[in-house]
Design a binder for this molecule. Sequence first.
Ligand code: PLP
Length: 415
Amino acid sequence: MLNSEMVRAHFPALGSGAIFFDNPGGTQVVQEVIQRMAHYYQHTNANHGGSFYTSRSSDAVVHESRQAMADFLNAARPEEIIFGQNMTSLTLHISRSIARLLKEGDEIIVTRLDHDANIAPWLLIAEDRGCQIRWVDIHPEDCTLNMEELERQLSSRTKLVAIGYASNAVGTINDVRRAVQLAHSVGALCFIDAVQYAPHRTIDVQELDCDFLACSAYKFFGPHLGILYGKYELLDRLTAYKVRPASNELPDKFETGTQSFESIAGTLGALEYLSWLGTTFGEEYIPRYQERFSGRGLALKQAMATIEAYEIDINTALLNTFNSVPGLHIWGITDPARMSERVPTFSFTLHGKDPEAIAEALGQENIYVWNGNFYALAVIERLGLEEQGGVVRVGLAHHNTTAEISRLHEALHRL
Ligand SMILES: Cc1ncc(COP(=O)(O)O)c(C=O)c1O
């Protein structure tokens, strides 16, 4: 079981007294990230590929971070990990390469539950190549994806299925394993947006058998950096949009220009923190994972299992708070028995109140929450909420506590 005090001591920003419920928009960083980044600038700041100490040290830390990310996602090899500015840029970048595999009349499946970063790139390449887009709807009553519709939309023309692992608006976890199987059953590729899932649960790209999976380090306690996983053979086969002198080898061919090496070093710090968390609090999960994982890979699995259990536990307090406020409606799964089907990202509306005014009022009390559509435009429109300013989003991370939820409870009642 996770010890909150020990965990919180790793997050310098938590000392400010503010309550950070803005986690789905970006998390606070741990001390390990700051140390890694400061060390990078002080001792190893140089461009890639030089024949001198700082450049070699810089390349070494990038290599280690890549290996650590491969462990985090359980990629088969580190060359399957591509670093970039953020998930959106990486997805737009690789979408151009994927577009070259498409021809007129081909089809791409996207969902109404996704962040636009896993919709717009596919709409754009569909337009470029004369492809059809097929949408998968949600069940509005609990904001789960209509998997039967996904199945119905598939055909021999389907070339790509783009699906989120967890919704950044309503928290639903999708059955991406099934989506990959369905995509593969018609010979299509599957692209998973794991940005909102990565801070909360373990990811195993080999078990999922997905073709691509993207996430962002700044959502899992690291710096602003995007990460794209792709199957080696696939990445190798794709044409990269790159400059001619740059290497044709993986991962370099997709890492265009000069990378944010300091952020890549910082991401290693975030994974070192998670490894610490796993080995310190996650002993009970060793039997679950030790057959397939060892060393850092095992520690990271232990970490995410520990985080999952803690978050499901404190979800109950948050649900009780929401349920105690008259006129408050939670959009998404609310059944306490179904908390394993969602991440702790809750969106609500309060009868007669403007979401922005609520976020503003909570902000005045040093409780940070987001309002709006968070670029999850399709689902907010589908729920008919866009015109009225979207929703208020309270997103927990594993450093949040029930004491903080009590302060939200009081503040909401004052509202
Ligand atoms: C589910 C989801 N996908 C994609 C993104 C975009 O990520 P990035 O900011 O790294 O481009 C976000 C950002 O909030 C997100 O929540």
